[in-house]
Structure formats: C-alpha cells, structure tokens
Write a protein that binds this ligand. Sequence first.
Ligand code: ADQ
Length: 746
Amino acid sequence: MKLFRFQLQFLIPLGVTLIVAVVLAFPLMDALTQRWFSRDLGLRSALVASALSESINKAVSGQNIERLHPLFDRTLKDERLTALGLCRSDGRLLLSTPEYPVGLSCAQANEISHRSPPRLVSEAGTMHISIHPIALDSGESVELIQLHDLAFVERRTLLSRQYFVIFVVLLGLVIALTTVVAAQLSWRAWIKGIRGILRGEDVARAPLSPAPPELPADFAADIRARLRDLEDEYHRNHGSSEHWSAARLRSLLRTQLRSDQVIVASNREPYIHERQNDQIIVSQPASGLVTAIEPVMRACSGTWIAHGSGGADREMADKQGCLALPPGTSEYTLRRLWLSPEEEAGYYSGFANGGLWPLCHLANMLPVFRDVDWVHYQTVNRRFAEAIIAEARVEDPVVLVQDYHLALVPAMVRERLPRATIISFWHIPWPNPEAFLICPWRSEILHGMLGSTIIGFQTRHHCRNFIDTIDRTLEARIDHERSTILYHGAESLIESYPISIAWPESAEQEKWPSVIEHGAEVRRQHGLPESSRIILGVDRLDYIKGIPERLAAFERLLEASPEWLGKLVFLQVAAPSRESMQEYQMARARVAHCVGRINARFGWPGYQPVHLLARHHDRAEILALYRAADVCMVSSLHDGMNLVCKEFIAARDDERGVLLLSQFAGASRELPEALSINPYHVEGMATALQQALEMPLAEQRERMASMRMAVREANVFRWASRMLSDASRQRLHERVTLRVQRHHDA
Ligand code: ADQ
C-alpha cells in the first residue's frame, strides 16, 4: 500500500508534466508544419510557374489567351492546386479557371500573397496564394496566381498531432512502467536488507561481513548503530512488558537452549558450610555475584563450579566435591574446587584482589602485581577450566564464566571444547585503556577473555573501554557497529547486560511482616527510640564502597543541623570481606575510626549516632533493615552495578524511603529517580541527606514507584535471559555454518 502511494506520488507529476508538454507542443508543432508546407507550396508554385511561363508568354504575346485553357485544366490535375489566375501588370484579370474565387481581384491576391502565411479563407475552404511574374517578349510581364487547397495541410497537422499524442502516451507508459518495476525491485531489496538487519541476520553472518549489498554501507551502519542505541535504551529503561520470572527463564532454556548443558564457574560459592562448636552451619556469602547468579542457577538446573572456601565444605560434599543445592532441595549441583592456602593467597588475595580489583576500580588504591601471584592465578584458572571440561557431557555446553578471578578460563576451555558457547560476565567496571595498560599481563588476560563467545559488562561504557583496550593492546579486528571482536579467527560479541536481583515473588512478600513491624523490630534490636529516623548503609566492607565518605557526610549533616541529634541514626551494615588483605584491614580500621570519632563528637549516654554492624547478616535481617530505613545510602567510589540499591527498592512495597545513589555506580544509569550523589563531595552528600530526610511522602512514593517498576522489569532473570538468548542465536548460527560447511566438504 505504502509502495503504491509512493508510486502514485511519482506517477501523478509524470502525467501532469506530459500533458503540459503536449499542450505546449501543439502550437509549436502547428507553426512548424505550416511553415514546412508553406515553403513546400512556394517551391511547387515556382516549379509550376516556370513550367507554364513559356506557354503563357507565347499565348499572351500572340494574343491567343484561349489556348491557355486546356493547359491550365491539365495543370489543375494536381489535386492540391485548386485554381489558377493570370493578371496583367495593370491589375486586370486576364484569365481564371472555374474554381478561381469570384471577386478575388489581382490586387487582393497580390496583397494576400505577401502575408505570412499567405492564406485566403473563403467558403470553398482555406487556400494558399502564391504569385509569380512571367516575363513577356514585349518586355512587359503578367502574373500567374496559384491557389493551393490547404485542407490537406490541416488533415496532416491533425494526423501529426494524433501521432504526437500517441507517442507521448506510449513514452509516458514506458517511463512509468520502468520506474514502477525499478521502484518495486529496489523497494523489495531495501525491505529485505532492513528486515535482515532488524532480524539480526547480519549478526549471524560471516564475521565482519559488509553491509547487505542492497543497502548503502553507511546507511546500514546508521541503522545498526541506531538499533543498538535503541536496544540499550530499551533494556535500560523499559525491558519486556511481560514480567521475567524463574519460570519464564526456564521455558526460554527449554525452547531456545533445549537439551543444552549449562555450567557456571565462579570463585565465590553460593553456600558456605562452617563448623561452629559441634554444629555445621550453612550461610550465603555477602556477594553481589551470588545474589544474582543463584536464582538463575535454580532456574537452569546446571552445575556450578566454585572454590570451596568454608571450613566444613569438604564434609558436606562427596568425593568429587559435589553436592545438591539449595540445602534440602536439589535444584542444581555445586562442584567445589579445593585450593591450597598458597594458591588462595596468590590467586585470590594476590592477583585478583590485590591486582585486578584496584586496577578496575578508580578508588585511589594502587594495584600490585607480583610474578608469584600470576603463576598461582594461571594454575587456578587452569584448574577451573579442567573442572569445566570434566563436567561437560556434550561437546558444546553453555559455560558461564563469572568475573575477574577467572579471566583466563574462556581461552583454556575453548582449546579443548572449541564448540562450547562461553559467556564471560565481568561484574566490576572495565577501566579506560591507559589504566589497564598498567597490568604487566594485559595481553594474556585479554587473550584469555577473547576465548569467550560473548563478553558481558554491566554498562555500555565498560564495553567501550574494553573495546578500546583491545584496540590498544592486541592485533584484532574490531567491528564497532556490531560490537564484535575478531581475534585468531573467532568472534566475540561485547555486550552490556546490567545485572539485577530476583524480584520477590508475591507469595514471599505476603509472608513479610509489615513495614511497621520491621521498623519496630529493628529499633528494638538497636535500642533506638520509636520516633528515630534511620539512614542505612549495607555493604561488604570494601574501600570502593565509600563508607568513610558517607560517614563524613553524615557528620557534616549533624554539624550543620544539630536539630537532628538524638533523632537520627546511621546503621552501617558491613560484612567482613577479604580480611587477610592489608588494604581491607586498613579500610576496616578507617571505618571504625570514623564511627568512633562521630560517636565521640555527637553521642551521649543513650544516644549513639552511628551503629556499625560489622558482621554477616542473613537475608531476613537485611530485609528488616531495608524496610525500617528512611534513607538508604549507596556511596560507592566506583561500582560495577551495586545490588544493594535494587534490594532496597524491592523491599519497599510501601513505596516509601529515599535512595541516595552514587553517580559512579553502574546502577545510577537505570535509576534516575534516586537522589544522585558524588561520594567525593562531602557537603553535596550532606545536603542530599537533608533533602532525603525532608522529602514529602508524595514525592517519595512517586520516585519509589517508578524505581520499583524499573527494577521489577529489569530483574536478574531478564539479565540471564538476554545473555542466554544472545548465546542461543550465536549457537544457531554456528550450527548452520557447520552444516553448510559439511555439505560443501561432502
Ligand atoms: P559486590 O561488590 O559484592 O559485587 P553488591 O552489588 O554491592 O556486590 O552486592 C552486595 C551483596 O551482598 C548484596 O546482595 C547485599 O545484600 C549483600 N550484603 C552486603 N552486606 C551484607 C551483610 N553484612 N550480610 C549479608 N549480606 C550482605 C560485585 C560488583 C558489584 C555488582 C555485583 C553483581 O562489585 O558492582 O553489583 O558484583 O554483579
């Protein structure tokens, strides 16, 4: 229909132009034909005059004019010559044939013959008059008048008009037909090209293939770039209208990755078994990675390979280090890997957390790289890779490699399982190329990561940093439009997948005590008056989380607005983390020092402004804290995503509470309704705290409702489903390519 309308838009002006051309051409054509025929008649009459001159001379000189009658009659046999007349030089008509118009005198004929065109219109029709003098022997002359019938000229003019119209109509039809066919063909080619891009066919094409031939390369590039932007925007802001749940992810796995085996590898295990007195207790570590991956694993029913770091871990696993989880059910299998204390120190505390962690976070902590740590890092990565290979029951499992601890694993697995789909997810930021070049083993790390089919980051910004780093470090072909890297003949897709949390099921929410009950419980536990306002911080005790910075802002608030004293409390939950490392011991001491200083400055018996809860909390305790808080403060100096802010939002089904969120946390891109803070600006944060504490309920509700909608939609199942869908597309492409190749070989 659209094409038809487009064609009409072209055909109507074409028709109008042709009609105007015809109308303008007619007078021109008429004038031209008239002139041609006039000249033709002029020549004919000159010929006739010359042929008759001898006879006329004799007849007039011999006074025997009657002799001319038969001659004139013969001459009139020419059908176009209608009449002849002979005039003396004094203007007397000597002789005329019967058709000569009555009343046409010699003088009149003379006068008409000098007109242009020399035409006489009479009852007998339109006639062309020409006069030729004929010299006589006597020295005098007579004039021969010839009247040619012009009816044939009119007939010819009409005929040539008709031919001209037929010609123009035919020409118009040919032009219209050619254009319509050409438009149809190019329209179809464009539609095909654009559809191909929309269907993502070009993602499944040969690596770094050019634009579809039917589309100009820069136009195709524009469309792809725009689509990528839109996709990013869509994923960031809206997500699917249908709620992503474990069940929906399971059904996606059943349909798109049917019979595919899913293996996850991460350093951190989802459950830790520890011995306390005579009992073995199980707990979930304070880790964003575990918070996100565990619900996905429960939906996938695969195998999770992780370092068994708990004191009673071996007792709870079989000989291969395997056990069914979650405790009491068997939704997936955990395979624990055992590391020696030296390996753990070198790989985990040394290279990963002493080198890569500060390298990737801009938090004023210098990375330290040591050879011995690098050796352990390689060894442990090899152990993880071997465990993955041993677990693989098929030649092309889906392997999800988590985070910076296992950067070398993808290439190691790829060597032995070339057909595996390997998805690496980097949970922390990727720095700019200059920062990454500090790493002495940068090429090895990048080579390891590029063994992946897909490399996922939290934000598009991290993807761009990674691509720029590759550009500066390795010989690889980068396709910026498609965000892919071709390295050693294999292609990796670099994509952003903002991680999230599992949105609480309604059945679970129904079991929650009310917000008032939670508030009362938390206040009772910490000995706070009922009317006290609570600011909450929940973090692993890590220097990137900006805990001293936020405490400094709280201190500034108490200084500037002493009316809050006695009424406002800061509850800082800080799970011990990486305690064997000096940097973390210092971070802990710094936090404790800040807390001591504030409490000494502003506290009094019965009132302690800051409560530092430096221990691991279970999920129920954290939930109660989120629901009791008036303000939740996330002030990371740099953070890949940060799940605490999303957990706080999910906990607030009363749509109250204010979130203060660092502009340097990946989550800030998804949650513009939070109060944005710069953790390096003490007064700015103090002002934001004041604003949060004074925020009217209606505004709190408006902001919270909008954030809840965003997190509910963009939950962790959607995060996983996007990665797995991309993987399944890639697998489909590889299978088709393989089949085509086999066919060719055959
Ligand atoms: P983390 O820095 O570990 O992870 P973060 O996103 O801050 O992660 O989440 C921390 C998790 O630990 C939350 O689920 C929180 O509830 C829990 N937690 C914090 N303190 C706790 C305590 N005392 N007791 C029990 N649980 C506690 C990395 C990156 C992040 C990224 C995640 C996920 O650094 O930027 O968001 O991975 O990709």
